[in-house]
Write a protein of this length. Structure first.
Length: 68
């Protein structure tokens, strides 16, 4: 019984790689950058979100458990 014959892999094609990005792969980081830049330039428009008491209590409890 003979073993099956393996064909050697083809060498990689030389030349330029043809990689195409979807439109959102460039649009989303650009939008995030512009938004953050505008917040840095005009910080008076940036408002902190109100914290809920449940989240702050949870964070305090986690801090107590970590420091023990």
């Amino acid at each position: 019984m003979s073993a099956p014959r393996h064909t050697p892999p083809r060498p990689a094609a030389t030349g330029r790689a043809d990689i195409r990005l979807p439109w959102w792969a460039l649009a989303l980081p650009t939008l995030a950058f512009v938004t953050l830049l505008l917040l840095i330039l005009n910080p008076s428009e940036a408002q902190a979100a109100p914290t809920e008491p449940g989240i702050s209590l949870l964070l305090e409890r986690v801090q107590q458990l970590v420091t023990r």
